[in-house]
Write a protein that binds this ligand. Structure first.
Ligand code: IVH
Length: 692
């Protein structure tokens, strides 16, 4: 576990008081991770770490049953559904499974069953052994053999209606084959994404600049919970059936018999499922499946054992969140210890600095590992990982290996806390961290070699310089051959005309077309120009606000140089401290200023022209405060701007007019204190009427 988790006291040594505090901490932590996992599809910890929390909670509860909390995680399943889809109450709750980690736990499980059923040691209890698929469980309701509804597990009682999406999954039959399907049956199983398909999907997502998924489970969840079913349809989802909920009748008296019927009805039942007669056979099957794990095209995180006879299942029933007749035997996450040789900082395409652990190569579950992610600055600090430490590395499924913590006894005496760099290792620009963000980012956008291609691609994109015929492919090729290293080079490509015409795939005509497209963009509107620079937080709308407020690039650039100018910048409507800081960071870097000035030698930036009407408020600075009955704030702002006024976010000595509705507060007071003219909504409407 993490450096901190390692220091937790063994459960046997806890005093009752400590146990109370621990149970409270675990309940909170588990609830937090449930929310991330079930509602946000964004787990922060691995399944093994999550299981460890559960395990510790269960162990403490077993030792101090009188201290079990009302809100104990062991009474709950998952978290409540997130509310994007219609909710559906399950006819029979979708429960969870108890976990076992060691062979002894399995022995106890079988023993408990024997005692509960009053069976002697010699009595045979056949178990169905199934791989535990790491996907999402789903309830499929069939009426007269026809699929009528599909719901996610949700909190176990109530899930989300994903019927339209589920209908796009080919492995889920719309109609059950054969004639022996009961009138009503809820077939349950796991929707998953094959590992190979997951890797391909991520490649495509990355190419399109869209979100990449952390693992196949998240990809499956993200694909299923799409409000647009055509997106689900485009994702390669599959399904294994392994259980059921409400059923008006069942086709067999054993679990394995029902699964066989599922096969006949058109479902895919996992081929590794087997009935085992003894505990030894069960455990042998577990090892067999564990060995197969890496070669399977889907993630599994353990093996599930279920009592095969349905009459025995019925007698055994449930405890709290799980059946007494089944258990999940989890695989231990593959772990190893090795030395942390160094921490490398990688710079992503968007400038995010990511720490990567350089390890003495070590085999983790049969795979050599020499790099592992350390996530971010806070993570290193939280786990207190230092260079030279002996660290615990974990590899779970397809996820990039992670560092869980360090071994205290092996820490070298001189190991110092790691200092995360504040300059970009790729270009030397400052790397800054915004409030509330975990990432530290390089501010050298246009000069940073790691970000250049991305920035250039943005620079020429449709809403920026819009250079036709200069796609990402060309940018990468020209960049590699040093033809385009910074934006200004695009406008100097004509110096390399002969060379370009010689390039593979190019000819006189295509080069002429490209150069013509470039020439056509030598003059550009200020807002497009600002947007093209790719300054953080300066999107199209903000670029337009800036252009409107300053009119020329020079005016903006000079405003940034003085404290007063920077203050004023923040008071412009639409611009806040975050944008102001981003502009300061960007233009604060000499490299960036050089790139921009170089570019300005090549292109002409048109001042922003007000197409506003002449009116009594033209050129005036207005501030709206309080509520307006007749129109939204956005409309009021647009109307004012159309009449040539500026709208500011706060009142200063430069404000000409304040329009105050009911509920106006501090802005109104400031206006009164400064002697700024204040009018009400009626007077504002009158201005609009007079200008119509
Ligand atoms: S049986 C009441 N069988 O594991 C029994 N579950 O931790 C309910 N799972 O929510 C489940 N493979 O998402 C069962 N062969 C399998 C499974 C399986 C994966 C998942 C399922 C369930 C969770 C329980």
């Amino acid at each position: 576990m993490s450096g901190k988790a390692q220091t937790h006291k063994p459960v046997e040594k806890l005093t009752p008081l400590e146990a109370v505090a621990e149970l409270e901490r675990l309940a909170k932590e588990i609830a937090h991770h449930n929310k991330l996992y079930y509602q946000e599809d964004a787990p922060e910890i691995s399944d093994a770490e999550y299981d460890a929390l559960w395990h510790r909670n269960a162990a403490i509860e077993a030792r101090f049953p009188e201290l079990i909390r009302k809100d104990s995680p062991s009474h709950q399943v998952g978290a409540r559904p997130s509310g994007r889809f219609t909710k559906i109450k399950h006819a029979v709750p979708m429960l969870s499974l108890g976990n076992a980690f060691a062979d002894d736990d399995i022995h106890d499980f079988v023993d408990r069953i024997r005692r509960f059923l009053k069976l002697d040691a010699a009595a045979e209890i056949p178990f169905v052994v199934e791989p535990k698929i790491d996907g999402l469980s789903i309830n499929l309701r069939y009426k007269s053999g026809v699929l009528i509804q599909a719901a996610t597990r949700g909190d176990g009682t109530e899930g989300e209606d994903v019927t339209r999406n589920v209908r796009t999954i080919k492995e889920i039959p719309e109609k059950l084959h054969g004639k022996d399907a009961p009138d009503v049956i809820d077939v349950r199983g796991e929707i998953y994404m094959p590992k190979s398909a997951f890797l391909k999907l991520n490649e495509r997502q990355a190419e399109k600049g869209e979100k990449v998924f952390a693992n196949p489970r998240n990809a499956a969840a993200g694909s299923l919970r799409q409000l647009d079913p055509s997106i689900t349809a485009s994702r390669p989802l599959k399904f294994f059936a392994y259980g059921w909920g409400e059923a008006s009748a069942l086709p067999a008296k054993t679990h394995s018999g029902v699964l066989e019927a599922f096969g006949r009805w058109g479902f895919i039942v996992n081929p590794l499922i087997k009935v085992c007669k003894t505990e030894a056979e069960v455990l042998a099957r577990y090892r067999y499946i564990e060995e197969k794990r890496a070669s399977l095209d889907y993630d599994i995180d353990g093996v599930v054992y279920k009592v095969d006879r349905l009459d025995l299942q019925a007698r055994l029933g449930f405890v709290a969140r799980a059946p007494r007749w089944a258990i999940a035997h989890k695989f231990s996450a593959e772990k190893a210890t090795t030395k942390l040789l160094d921490i490398d900082i990688q710079v992503g395409r968007t400038g995010v600095l990511t720490p990567v652990a350089k390890l003495q190569p070590v085999s983790v579950g049969g795979v050599m590992v020499s790099n592992a992610t350390l996530h971010n600055e806070d993570e290193i600090e939280r786990k207190d990982i230092r260079i030279g430490d002996t660290v615990i590395v974990q590899r779970a499924g397809d996820v990039i290996p992670q560092i869980l913590g360090f071994v205290q006894e092996k820490r070298p005496r001189d190991a110092k806390p790691y200092k995360f760099p504040h300059v970009c290792p790729a270009c030397g620009s400052h790397a800054v961290r915004e409030e509330g963000e975990v990432a530290r980012r390089c501010t050298g956008g246009l000069i940073c070699p790691e970000q250049r291609v991305e920035r250039l691609r943005h620079f020429v994109s449709r809403n920026a310089f819009d250079i036709e015929g200069l796609g990402e492919k060309h940018i990468v090729a020209f960049w590699t051959d040093k033809l385009i290293e910074s934006p200004a080079d695009i406008f100097r490509l004509s110096d390399h005309k002969a060379e370009l015409e010689e390039r593979e795939g190019w000819g006189k005509q295509s080069v002429a077309n490209l150069l013509k497209a470039i020439e056509a963009r030598r003059t550009i509107a200020l807002d497009r120009f600002l947007y093209a620079l790719g300054i953080r937080h300066v999107g199209e709308v903000t670029a337009r606000d800036l252009a409107k407020a300053y009119g020329t690039f020079d005016a903006l650039f000079h405003a940034l140089k003085t404290e007063e100018g920077r203050q004023e910048l923040q008071s412009i409507s639409g611009i806040g401290p975050v944008v102001a800081q981003a502009l300061e960071d960007f233009f604060g870097e000499k490299h960036n200023r050089d790139v921009v000035h170089d570019l300005l030698r090549e292109v002409t930036v048109e001042p922003y022209v007000f197409k506003a009407k002449e009116s009594e408020i033209s050129g005036k600075t207005l501030v709206f405060t309080g509520n307006l009955d007749g129109m939204s704030r956005n409309e009021a702002k647009a109307r004012a701007e159309a009449l040539g006024a500026k709208v500011a976010g706060s009142v200063s000595a430069k404000t000409d007019l304040v329009i105050a509705g009911p509920g106006a507060g501090s802005k109104l007071k400031t206006a009164q204190a400064l002697g700024v003219q204040v009018i009400d909504e009626d007077a504002w409407m009158a201005i609009l009427e007079r200008s119509a």
